[in-house]
Ligand binder design. Structure first.
Ligand code: 5GP
Length: 128
């Protein structure tokens, strides 16, 4: 059971459809554990989302229910994507929104990777 207040996993969520190839995306990486694609509404010059292949709503149920292999495989993929996109040398930001206060909109765990330009220092902004 998810613990994020987002409800149980919904196989019709947009990233589930995207993983199944039912809607298009600009994929940049995929392996056994994860798929990465460009965000449809980029908030930085480079904005990529990395999602686990498993059915996890959020960081909450992923860190509670996923196997050690899934967790290791997924976070290793996050680093691999950043490296392959050439973000390691200049640096980048990785972000996970979780649940209501976190502003999570899509109920399938995803890590945002932002980069390609210097980013604001402002990490946390209360909703206006
Ligand atoms: P969240 O607010 O849940 O952390 O982030 C969801 C992200 O998914 C947003 O940055 C949004 O632009 C992105 N997004 C929503 N729908 C789609 C889609 O259909 N395709 C892609 N590539 N990104 C999407």
């Amino acid at each position: 059971m998810p613990v994020s207040g987002l409800g149980p996993y919904d196989d019709q969520n947009i990233f589930a459809k995207l993983l199944r190839g039912e809607i298009p995306s600009r994929r940049v990486y995929e392996d056994e554990w994860a798929v990465a694609f460009h965000d449809i509404a980029p908030q930085a010059k480079l904005h990529v989302l990395v999602v686990p292949r498993g059915r996890y709503v959020s960081l909450a149920d992923f860190t509670r229910d996923a196997s050690d292999a899934e967790i290791a495989g997924f976070f290793r993929a996050v680093g691999t994507v950043a490296r392959q996109l050439g973000l390691e040398a200049p640096g980048y930001r990785a972000l996970v929104n979780m649940g209501g206060d976190g502003g999570q909109e899509v109920p399938h765990l995803h890590v945002h990777l932002f980069g390609g330009e210097p980013l604001s220092q402002r990490m946390v902004a209360p909703r206006g």
